[in-house]
Every structure is written in C-alpha cells, then in structure tokens.
Design a protein around this ligand. Structure first.
Ligand SMILES: NC(=O)c1ccc[n+]([C@@H]2O[C@H](COP(=O)([O-])OP(=O)(O)OC[C@H]3O[C@@H](n4cnc5c(N)ncnc54)[C@H](O)[C@@H]3O)[C@@H](O)[C@H]2O)c1
Length: 272
C-alpha cells in the first residue's frame, strides 16, 4: 500500500488538548502537517495550538464534544472548508476513563464512556470518512482504542467494553471501505499505559487508596506520550490495521482469551 505523506497533508486530532493527542499534534507539526485540533477542553486546546504553531504548523483549534454528532459534523465542515492540503489523517483519539465495576455498575459512568469512547469514533467516522473518500489522495481514519480492547480488567467495565466495541467498529469500517475500493484506510491504536490526563487521575486514586509507594510503582509503569506518538507516527504512514505502542509485551495476556474461544468452538459444533 502506498505510504502516506504527513508533510503533504492535513491531520485532524480529537482529544488534542492533552496526553497522546497533544503529543500526536506536536509530532505531526514537527513533520510538516497542517493541523485541525479539537477537544472539549478549550484551555488545553489553546495551549496545544500554541505549541504546534511554535513548531511552525498552520493550525486551527475547534471546540468539540466528541459524543455529539452535531459537533462532529460541524468540525468536519469547518475543517474541510479551512484546509489547503488534503485531509490525510483523522485521529479519533478523544477518550475518557470508565471506572465502575461490572458488579453494581454506575450507569452514569457507563453512559459517558459509551458517548465519548464508542459514539465519539462512530460520529467522527460518519462526519469525516465520506469527505475523505472524495479526495484524490489516500487517507487514514485512525481510532485510539487501548490494550483494554483485547484484555479485561476489574473495576473498569465501561472502559474495557467501549474499547472492545471500537475494535468491532474499526474492523467493520475497514471491511466496508475495502469492499467499496475506497482510498480511505482504517487503523486502530492500542497503547499500553501512557502518561496522560487519564493515568494522572488514576495515579492520584492509587495514591489516595494505597499511598505514595504504590503511586510511585504505578507511575513507573507509564511510558511518555511522546514515545507513544513516535511509534504511532512511524507506523501510521504504512497504514496497518493495528498499531500497538507499548513497552510491555502483552501477547501472553491476550492469548488465553482467544484460546478459550477457540477451545469452545469444537465443543459447540452442531453436526450437519
Ligand atoms: N493513557 C493511557 O494509558 C491510555 C492507554 C490506552 C489508550 N488510551 C486512550 O488514548 C486516548 C487519549 O487519552 P489520553 O490517555 O491521552 O488521556 P488525556 O486525558 O490526557 O487526553 C484525553 C483528551 O480527550 C479529551 N476529551 C475527553 N472527553 C472529550 C469529549 N467529550 N469531547 C472532546 N474531547 C474530549 C480530554 O479533554 C483530553 O484532552 C483515549 O482514547 C484513551 O482511552 C490511553
């Protein structure tokens, strides 16, 4: 597949005010992309805009509630009216944690996670992919999922469930675009634990519940958002489906889940 040129295009980044989104925006600016930055946090967004502008990028900052279809449509309309270079990359990256159990779930936490983590990428794809497909240039629609897309953990059922769900969304989108011979491809990013607003919140919860030593141990497991963005930007131009930027090899955590499924298939096989 033809590699994408970051310098030759415009990149849209949602969740650009902080963490992985901000690191992506800065990395894209350093590589010569024009940028459309979007986030619900307008102050953080202005700071990212300042950072990418200092790196020499032409940039536009737009307020977005990722869980609103109207906001996503307005963002796409504004972005395509503003661009001078084709939109070659759209990162549906905005996300929130979802901390409540599967046992005795807080339904409000579930609803917010569904709105931002699942409907956010769906609304972004609805708003952007058709417009991207009309361009002559190949482009990539990229969803930031998580290692929680393939691994379950206690106490964060809405996060795990919504991140599993966007894998399904991304895969269906990829298949349908391929069937349509579209120039738009799909990637899904599964970062490991990364320094960001989400993990800063988690760090403070660990500190409050278990003390400084546990917080220090938790912090030691995090990689910087810059390193994660570096891997994403190195790989995304090659347009793979999965991009897995993490310092921990989680293959042995993933394998038993798929083996459990594979083992169940012959057991349930119905004789013709
Ligand atoms: N940090 C990690 O360890 C980690 C690991 C795997 C996946 N991720 C994913 O990476 C993505 C980026 O998160 P991050 O870790 O950089 O956290 P972060 O909190 O630093 O950044 C998330 C950004 O999304 C924005 N956002 C939240 N709700 C929004 C909404 N409704 N509309 C628009 N913007 C909204 C926030 O304001 C923030 O700027 C998320 O999808 C997250 O699930 C993070």
């Amino acid at each position: 597949m033809q590699e994408l040129s970051i310098a030759g295009g415009t990149a849209v980044v949602t969740g650009a005010a902080s963490g992985i989104g901000r690191a992506l925006a800065i990395g894209l600016a350093q590589r010569g992309a024009d940028l459309v930055l979007a986030d619900i946090d307008e102050q953080g967004l202005a700071e990212t805009n300042q950072l990418v502008s200092s790196a020499g990028a032409r940039a536009l900052a737009c307020r977005l509630d990722a869980g609103s279809i109207d906001d996503n449509e307005a963002l796409a309309e504004t972005a395509f009216a503003w661009v001078e270079k084709p939109v070659t990359l759209v990162f549906a990256n905005a996300g929130i944690h979802g901390l409540t159990g599967a046992l005795d779930p807080d339904l409000g936490v579930w609803q917010r996670a569904i709105d931002v983590n699942l409907l956010g990428p769906l609304f972004a794809s609805k708003a952007f992919v058709g417009r991207m497909a009309e361009q002559e240039t190949p482009s990539q629609f990229v969803i930031t999922a998580s290692q929680a897309s393939v691994i379950a953990a206690p106490g964060m059922s809405p996060y795990v469930a919504t991140k599993h769900a966007v894998w399904g969304l991304a895969d269906c989108l990829r298949i349908e675009l391929k069937q349509a011979n579209s120039r738009v491809g799909v990637s899904i990013i599964a970062p490991g634990r990364t320094e960001s607003g989400i993990t800063q919140g988690q760090l403070e919860r660990v500190r409050a519940a278990q003390g400084d030593e546990a917080a220090t141990a938790y912090a030691a497991q995090l990689v910087t958002a810059d390193k994660v963005a570096e891997v994403i930007l190195r790989e995304v131009v090659k347009r793979p489906f999965w991009i897995v930027p993490a310092d921990l090899d989680t293959r042995e955590m993933v394998r038993p889940r798929f083996e459990e499924f594979a083992a169940a298939v012959p057991v349930g096989l119905i004789e013709a």
